[in-house]
Design a protein around this ligand. Structure first.
Ligand code: SAM
Length: 286
């Protein structure tokens, strides 16, 4: 295993919940680098201690990425290797790291990515979703109006959709998904690589009741995966007309009726959507 490392930024994925998921290469890098840039140095201290790593740590979180990047570039230019880690999983994937990587590359220094744990790909590999493509979205907005608007923007996506969600928001997010997407397959992956790992696939319309039936199903860390828009479900014309009419100030009901007549898309679906647009623009203004 590598003992001498070239001066580069090593992007090192760390386990999601099972220490045995740390790769041998990740272990070797964390043992050999003089510096580890960590999202939370206190959180990562036990891992480094467990590995017998003598690396010094420097903080690299979302509030200091700029300053952390400058420190890291200084070290790389002085010929020292630096490992970048987040609290769990792959740095830069819904975690800090992207700005640091960009700054290091812009400074002409080398970035070496290590393959390893990532909740999105781990969940997808066991989802059974057969869509040819997937779109990794990460976290949706926390506010209801903005979240529904973000989901609306994904309605026509033929790719499977992959979201991260926190336990305290999982019920409202699943409810919003059902109201925006109608019927799809939802796969809920919870507590991956941990004691209470659960991977459950079900029709989206049944998901809220399934989660509510047992509070344990709402605990822990979640990846939510939705099958993509069915072929032939492109109702973009109805949506385009609806938005134009609403922008002209027509009342919701009338806009939906006219958009349905012009585009041939169902009136009820457009009415629901018009209500959500109005709600989203009202919450943007408030
Ligand atoms: N960088 C990480 C990665 O590579 O997956 C993601 C970090 S993000 C801040 C944390 C989110 O990832 C959690 O809220 C959850 O949605 C998802 N996640 C992390 N660990 C997980 C696990 N063991 N099971 C399910 N989801 C997990």
């Amino acid at each position: 295993m590598t003992n001498e490392l070239i001066a580069a930024l090593y992007v090192v994925p760390t386990p999601l919940g099972n220490l045995a998921d740390l790769t041998r290469r990740a272990e070797a890098v964390l043992q050999a680098v003089p510096w580890v840039a960590a999202e939370d140095t206190r959180h990562s201290a036990p891992l480094l201690k467990h590995l017998g790593s003598a690396a010094r740590t420097l903080p690299a979180h979302q509030h200091n990425e700029h300053e952390a990047a400058a420190r890291i570039v200084d070290k790389l230019q002085a010929g020292e290797a630096v490992a970048l880690i987040s609290d769990a999983g792959t740095p830069g994937i819904s975690d800090p790291g992207a700005r640091i990587v960009a700054a290091v590359r812009a400074a002409g220094c080398r970035v070496v990515p290590l393959p390893g744990p990532c909740a999105a790909t781990t969940a997808l590999s066991a989802s059974g979703l057969t869509d040819e493509h997937f779109l990794f979205y990460g976290f949706l907005p926390a506010k209801g109006g903005q979240r529904r608007q973000a989901l609306e923007g994904l309605r026509a996506q033929a790719a499977a959709l992959v979201f991260y969600e926190a336990p305290h928001r999982v019920l409202e997010t699943v409810a919003d998904m059902a109201s925006v997407f109608g019927e799809r397959t939802l796969v809920i992956a919870r507590e991956l690589s941990k004691l209470f790992e659960t991977i459950h696939a079900l029709p989206l319309s049944e998901a809220l009741a399934w989660l509510q039936a047992d509070s344990n199903r709402q605990r822990g860390e979640f990846v939510l995966m939705l099958s993509g828009a069915p072929a032939g479900s492109d109702d973009g014309e109805g949506e385009r007309v609806l938005k134009l009419l609403l922008a002209e100030g027509l009342p919701v009901k009338q806009a939906a009726k006219l958009a349905a007549a012009i585009s041939g898309v169902g009136k009820n679906a457009l009415y629901e959507r018009a209500l959500r647009y109005r709600e989203a623009s009202a919450s943007e203004l408030s």
